[in-house]
Design a protein around this ligand. Sequence first.
Ligand code: NAP
Length: 266
Amino acid sequence: MLKPYFCDQIILTELIPFMKIVENKVALVTGASRGIGRSIALRLAQEGADVAFTYLSSVEKGEALAKELEEYGVKAKGYRSDASNFQAADQLVTDVIADFGKLDVLINNAGITRDGLLMRMSEEQWDSVININLKSVFNLTKAATKSMMRARTGSIINITSVVGIRGNAGQSNYAASKAGIIGFTKSIALELGSRNIRSNAVAPGFIETEMTDAVDSKAVDEWKQSIPMKRGGQPEEVADACVFLASDLSRYITGQVIQVDGGMLT
Ligand code: NAP
């Protein structure tokens, strides 16, 4: 007779190529109309998750994404919702649970930049970045963890940045918001680990999206040369790390910051 562990190995070896790693999970992704959020939503759907997602100004792109996600045979729905608004975030989570029945995974991805040297930075530039990048993470996490605590399961994934780890001239508002996300992520991991709710952050380096299209091409070339892998990252490469953290493959990982940066901060 085969030993049990050997049986397990055979079953795993045979099943892994056919398994979708987030099947039967419901995920909510903020800011999925473009860039990294869109790739996260698509990868989650490919891997079998039902996907709720938000957008704010890109209404047409948001509506089109729901149809694309459904092509993977999962349930998908887009919501127009401002992640920086506390009441709207609470209502969003209520709506998602009413529509999907539960919420297993929250990915706080929505974010903006309003760059400028401190000397020239306005109060509006500071407040908008802190509210959309950092307060949004508080808003959504607070709303989502109510049902996750009842279910005694959940994975929260917050998109920070390498800039939140090392700072960046001209981005003091953005760096402060992303460093704040790391402190928040680790605190929630400590608060909610005993309820089987995990909280991790993903720190992308230079990823080619509309956000980085705005950067001067000479500066981009210099950045690329300073990256050990000598290229910018693709949104799908960030999405892969998020799918891992959303799945049970990462079930004993919490309070961590995973850098997806081609070795930029090594
Ligand atoms: P992006 O292409 O500019 O997309 C940003 C997304 O956030 C859009 O879908 C946008 O939706 C949404 N959004 C903005 N404000 C929102 C709000 N108040 N409520 C809800 N959604 C909102 O940016 P990205 O490059 O994909 O970046 C995604 C995340 O990764 C951000 O948190 C960013 O800081 C982080 N990140 C990016 C890089 C990079 O190199 N690209 C590096 C490190 C970290 P609408 O268009 O519908 O308004």
